[in-house]
Design a binder for this molecule. Structure first.
Ligand code: PMP
Length: 397
């Protein structure tokens, strides 16, 4: 068979199983609205949790940042590291309560680069089964023994830590702080305690925790801080700038030694063009707004509470989640696609998530909330959702 025939066959198989991924092209996305096929839709699918992607001050800072050059023009270690990157790293370190931080061009690269720099052949990497794809790919690529435990299962983690000790080498435990498709948090206090007992290093992906939760001292630092933990408990903290910060890129925050080490050994940091200065300037401005306008995260928390209360009144099948990620587990791929399409007809955009992004049999609608949503908008979504679910079960064979 030719290449194209082979690919066609694989694509047809994906379509047959209701798993084909459609690339939706938005004409504009001035959140929480998006223009799709000439229609304005209300979006409940973006990760712009604090509404900073459309903040006028952030956009102005990004435009000013572009005057430093449209691109960084080289990798960070050659001539692509500008003062604005350093300023951004300083602000991230301050918000996360860490000694230092290092900016990467994407979260995917930060995760793969960090895991591969820290462990390799002869070592162990232990992952939660629902870890983000970039963590899974890092664990595969690094060449260490890859061990997994059932989602949030501390006994399972303990068993894998014992196996890792028998294997020898260093052990890195990697978890999401907030799970991207489930919205639940890792039991970080228990995980950190097990890591301490077994001499393992803990890395936490704060992609969905940074800017959204924290402690009284570090209100924006993420789930590690919100669990009452710090740098000694979870020495490797990764976060992204494309979600609550509404921009793009990512970072690792930790000790001075960790950051110095990653500059030397994290290949996706070293061998790629630096983050465009405009992005760094925009992200820095977004972090400053986060600090200056704590009412944004307060509004987000109120929206989460309102959504859950109304959804419970409508008897919608919610899962346990205190984060802005509120999935509705339907299980069946065809149902997820049909209900997402009907919601779009009714003027709402929600994520339709199917395997292999989530395990078989756990297809879901992924609803995400933002500080920019009003209670009236959330109410409209829930009313439409209840009606769409009702229509679907009436029509289902
Ligand atoms: N980790 C998690 C938990 C994520 O949800 C994502 C983004 N989907 C990433 C890492 C990757 O981040 P980025 O989009 O910056 O590559």
């Amino acid at each position: 068979m030719t290449l194209n025939q082979t690919l066609r066959q694989r694509l047809d198989e994906r379509r047959r199983r209701n798993l084909y991924r459609e690339l939706k092209t938005l004409a504009a996305a001035p959140g929480p609205r998006a223009l799709v096929d000439g229609r304005e839709l209300l979006t409940f699918s973006s990760n712009d949790y604090l509404g900073l992607a459309t903040h006028p001050g952030v956009i102005a800072a990004q435009q000013t940042g572009a005057k430093l050059g449209a691109g960084a023009t080289a990798s960070h270690l050659v001539n692509g590291h500008l003062q604005v990157h350093r300023d951004l790293e300083g602000k991230i370190a301050e918000i996360s309560g860490r000694e230092a931080a290092l900016v990467f061009s994407s979260g995917y690269m930060a995760n793969v680069g960090t895991i591969c720099a820290l462990v390799g052949r002869g070592d162990n990497v232990i992952s939660d089964r629902l870890n983000h794809a970039s963590l899974i790919d890092g664990a595969r690529l690094c060449g260490a023994n890859s061990l997994r435990f059932a989602h949030n299962d501390l006994d399972g983690l303990q068993r894998q830590l014992q196996r890792a000790a028998a294997n020898g080498g260093n052990t890195l435990v990697v978890v999401d702080g907030v799970y991207s498709m489930d919205g639940d948090c890792a039991p970080l206090a228990g995980i950190a305690e097990l890591c301490r007992r077994h001499d393992a290093w803990l890395m936490v992906d704060e992609a969905h925790g940074f800017g959204v939760m924290g402690s009284p001292q570090l209100p924006l630092a993420g789930s590690i801080a919100s669990a009452g933990l710090g740098q000694d408990d979870a020495p490797v903290m990764m976060g992204t700038l494309g979600k609550a910060a509404g921009n793009a890129g990512a970072f690792v925050a930790g000790s001075r030694e960790l950051i110095d080490y990653l500059v030397q050994f994290a290949r996706p940091y070293i061998y790629t063009t630096g983050m465009p200065p405009a992005v760094a300037a925009g992200a820095l401005a977004a972090l400053e707004v986060m600090q200056r306008e704590p009412e944004r995260s307060a509004r987000l928390q109120r929206n989460i509470g309102f959504f859950r209360k109304r959804a419970a009144q409508l008897r919608l099948p919610l899962v346990e989640s205190a984060s802005p990620i509120q999935p509705l587990l339907l299980g069946d791929e065809a149902a997820v696609m049909a209900i997402a399409a009907e919601l779009q007809q009714r003027g709402f955009l929600v994520g339709a998530i199917r395997p292999p992004t989530v395990p078989e049999g756990t297809a879901r609608l992924r609803i995400t909330l933002s500080a920019n949503h009003s209670e009236a908008q959330i109410d409209q979504l829930l009313t439409a959702l209840a009606a769409s679910l009702c229509d679907y079960s009436a029509e289902a064979p």
